[in-house]
Design a protein around this ligand. Structure first.
Ligand SMILES: Cc1cc2nc3c(=O)[nH]c(=O)nc-3n(C[C@H](O)[C@H](O)[C@H](O)COP(=O)(O)OP(=O)(O)OC[C@H]3O[C@@H](n4cnc5c(N)ncnc54)[C@H](O)[C@@H]3O)c2cc1C
Length: 219
């Protein structure tokens, strides 16, 4: 559902050669080390080193890539066998349609995103009602570094660009909890829109992330 959309990648990074479905990467034993004669499955994003970027890719696309990587040796071998079972080097392949990740596996772009939004909104929820200069500087510095270091680099690039809009309209609003929480909600909605997800009504950001819902279900 929420793989990094091709149009997003094409529009934002179309001139760069280092990712998405076209750049050949070397090796052949797994997604990170594949010999990409075949086009990469839809939604797979490459890292800046040309290897598949797990934290930029949804689990379903990653699994399609894993499946392809396992199948490739069979396709290029001289064996006439049509069975893939004998050429799959690891345990049973995952169901391609499943997007759930076992709890002890590395995160995909969605799992990473969910966890990160939890952190970011929680930071807003615990931000001082009125922040002093130092607190504002600290949070500003954090957001700047965060946007640089976020492990999904295509997400990070977009987030940085959004924050640095030439009009200045997307600069973090750090005067106090209320405006910072609202700003974070808008930042999140920007990503929601890009991914075709429903926007969140920012009037409720505090119920969602700080106080719990008024119906008491979080108490
Ligand atoms: C900075 C950043 C940039 C990202 N960029 C990309 C990208 O370019 N491409 C990509 O594929 N993924 C990106 N992601 C991941 C993406 O935003 C989602 O986290 C991921 O797709 C999982 O989505 P989800 O539907 O589970 O809910 P999430 O979007 O992760 O939201 C988690 C929960 O937050 C609440 N929520 C939703 N919207 C808001 C809001 N506006 N304000 C407050 N609360 C809200 C809802 O209760 C929701 O269940 C990015 C994540 C981050 C943190």
């Amino acid at each position: 559902m929420a793989e990094v959309p091709q149009e997003q990648i094409n529009s934002q990074h179309g001139g760069k050669p280092h990712f998405f479905n076209q750049t050949p990467v070397s090796g052949s034993s797994g997604p990170q080390e594949r010999d990409a004669k075949a086009p990469l499955p839809k939604g797979v994003v490459l890292d800046k080193d040309g290897k598949p970027c797990r934290t930029c890719t949804s689990m379903s696309s990653w699994r399609a890539l894993t499946k392809q990587a396992r199948a490739e040796p069979a396709a290029s071998s001289t064996s006439s066998s049509t069975s893939t079972a004998s050429t799959v080097p690891l345990a049973a392949p995952a169901t391609p349609s499943s997007s759930s990740i076992p709890a002890d596996c590395p995160p995909d772009v969605e799992e990473l995103g969910r966890s990160t939004w939890t952190l970011l909104h929680s930071m807003a929820a615990t931000y001082p009602e009125k922040a002093d200069t130092k607190q504002q500087e600290d949070m500003g510095g954090f957001l700047k570094l965060f946007a640089k270091l976020y492990p999904c680099w295509v997400c990070a690039d977009d987030f940085q660009s959004w924050m640095a809009h030439p009009s200045g309209r997307n600069k973090p609003k750090l005067g106090g909890r209320s405006e910072f929480g609202w700003w974070m909600c808008e930042a999140h909605n920007e990503v929601n829109r890009k991914l075709g997800k429903k926007e969140f009504d920012c009037r409720f950001w505090e119920e969602r992330w700080r106080t719990g819902w008024k119906d008491g279900r979080c108490d």
